[in-house]
Design a protein around this ligand. Structure first.
Ligand code: ADP
Ligand code: MG
Length: 237
């Protein structure tokens, strides 16, 4: 198991954002946290990232207790909706950013950046600036940047939320392809049922800080476990 969330709870004042969450995420899988706004998806993702330590419970990453490990010590890549590219850096420099921080060698950085530009089919775009790209291309670069440092875990919080429906659909296909090629364990947060159904190995349906059901798209669609899942995702009766 790559990620193990054990009895994790988190409160903001009197509000219970996460209510005793237990979850196992298999190595190399693409798992989606799906639920309405305010259901605790981002809080759970931030806890796994180390950005928001839980009040109680434990988080294990690759067999290690990571509950209070710093963000820097976790091998995690992020893509957020508003985690924009650096405007004053070229695409190549944006992708190289994390490698530079880690003081990788010049040759290593050059090779890795070109490899990633190929992977996102933007080989000719390295010298451009983010403002010269479409929204969809920018998020492909954001994915490449997150993958540059070869993270063990890739966390995506509504990464395509700001884009129009057609581009979102295209990016889903990209995400699935990149995930499969790179073989990283990925957790995607979305409130979009169709996105979750299409892209995930497994879907975790959340509501009011609790997990309602975990299963494949087919399992959840065919056999919703609770009335909430039935109404949120299940077949229309
Ligand atoms: P989701 O991502 O599913 O929309 P969140 O995990 O962001 O839900 O938030 C769940 C609830 O927790 C929200 O309704 C929000 O009001 C509350 N919350 C989240 N983060 C904070 C915070 N830092 N301070 C206070 N309340 C918060
Ligand atoms: Mg959120």
């Amino acid at each position: 198991m790559e990620i193990l969330v054990e009895n994790v709870s988190k409160q903001f004042g009197n509000f219970i954002a996460l209510d005793n969450i237990n979850l196992e995420i298999a190595k190399g899988s693409l798992v989606t946290l799906l639920g309405p706004s305010g259901s605790g998806k981002s809080t759970l993702l931030r806890a796994i990232a180390g950005l928001e330590p839980p009040d109680t419970g434990k988080i294990w990453i690759s067999g290690k207790d990571a509950t209070y490990q710093s963000v820097q010590d976790r091998k995690i890549g992020f893509v957020f909706q508003h985690y924009a590219l650096f405007k004053h850096l070229t695409i190549r420099e944006n992708i190289a950013f994390g490698l530079n921080i880690r003081k990788a060698s010049k040759n290593r950085i050059k090779a890795r950046v070109e490899e990633l530009l190929e992977l996102i089919q933007m080989a000719g775009f390295g010298d451009r600036y983010p403002s010269q790209l479409s929204g969809g291309q920018r998020q492909r670069v954001a994915l490449a940047r997150a993958l540059a440092v070869e993270p063990e875990v890739l966390l995506l919080d509504e990464p395509f939320g700001a884009l129009d429906a057609k581009v979102r659909k295209e990016l889903r296909t990209w995400l699935r392809r990149l995930h499969d090629e790179v073989g990283v364990t990925a957790i995607l947060v979305t409130h979009d049922q169709e996105e979750a159904m299409e892209v995930s190995d497994e879907i975790v349906v959340m509501n009011k800080g609790q997990i309602e059901q975990v299963g494949t798209a087919a399992e959840i669609y065919d056999r919703p476990a609770t009335p909430f899942v039935m109404s949120f995702i299940g077949p229309v009766n």
